[in-house]
Design a protein. Sequence first.
Length: 458
Amino acid sequence: DGGYELEAMPEQELWVNGERATSKPLASGDVLELGHNGPMLRYRTYQNGTIPRRSMSDVFADCRDGARYEQGPLVRKTGIFVGGMTREFLNRTTLAFRFVVMLSLGGLFAVIGLLMQQNTLLEERIARGETETQGLALLIREGESKAITEEDLVKLRGELEGNITTTVERVEAVEQRFGAAARVVSAASRSVIFLQGSYGFVHTESGRALRYLEVSAPDNAKTGLRAGRAVTLGGDGPLVEIQYTGTGYIATDDGMIITNRHVAQPWRNEDFTAMTEAMGLTPVSRRFIGYLPGRARSFEVALAGISDEADVAILKCSDLEGVAPALRATASAPKPGDEVIVLGFPTGVRAMLARTGESFLEKIRGEGDLDFWTIGEKLAEAGHIEPLATRGIVGQVSSSVVVYDAGTTHGGSGGPVLNLEGQVIAVNAAVLKEFGGSNLGVPVARATTLAETYKASR
């Protein structure tokens, strides 16, 4: 029938399609191996009148079977297949075919590279968007947490019998027992300032302000809250405003105020700066005012100087000259074991509201206007702007920090730390909760140096 049968010579090995044989009729496409791991041949038949030519499918089949019948691990077989395909491609195809294949492969790799690049850029944009969204959500929550709602007032009524009132009563009892401390508190309180501030954000390149998207929120319109937290750099919605409180004190006869750097510029720290820069935003101060005990009206304050080395800053206000006595800095450094008094406004308006009494809370609750600024105005008009005094002992002193255990919390930052002579020894700066509520203050010498530098520059 025109076929062939292959017969092995005595003592010679013959393998057909990977199986040992002594005699085997051949079919087109069989793979012959002459001896174990010997030369391999492909047997093909062609129709009469046709020119034998190996197609790419034939080349692929040859390289595939050559690797399949090879003895060894998969890595070796893969190498044989790839090497065989490369040789066949370079030696058995026309230049035109090679050019077309190379061009196609080049186009394929280019498309794959472009898709990978676009995917990487998309992932970066998504990650950056998530970071910005989380950062903005954090900032908005921070601002909204300062608002006082009717629900807060109801809770504050209950707190009148709770921890804050108990603490105030305990402090008052201590002051009554220690006349010297009572006199220091009475004299110094007149010069301690309750600070209210707010800041927002503008787009660094365009200068456009960050705003809330316009929403309909009649139930929350008087609380300072927004129904949603969606913000935009376009439109004419309300400005995003992060509100905060702090403490300062009059340090000179011409009304210079000393406080913390993080009170004067609360956005000034590495993590916060990195976050806003990543979002393409720049913080800007919106409003900064202060209240003195016994005065019914607020006054504008402005940043005059800020330290790059210590957490202190200087504020200025022309309305304070001669209004209240300046608190003098101590001439000698404190020592461990010295008694100290810290004056400030910890927790801001909430602590003062809790000390006002139920009748005042009912009054402002009935008026319904409960925004951040109005609460401060009403407290001042009713004479409820009074700093909280706490006593403690100095635990450690260095050139950069004074550690003491007089209780305070956020909002009390920037307040004076006094000795029993009424002299300022430090500027209250931070709470160390992990060390049993110990606090850190910046030695007053750092603030004095900054004040002298500011005066010399004027």
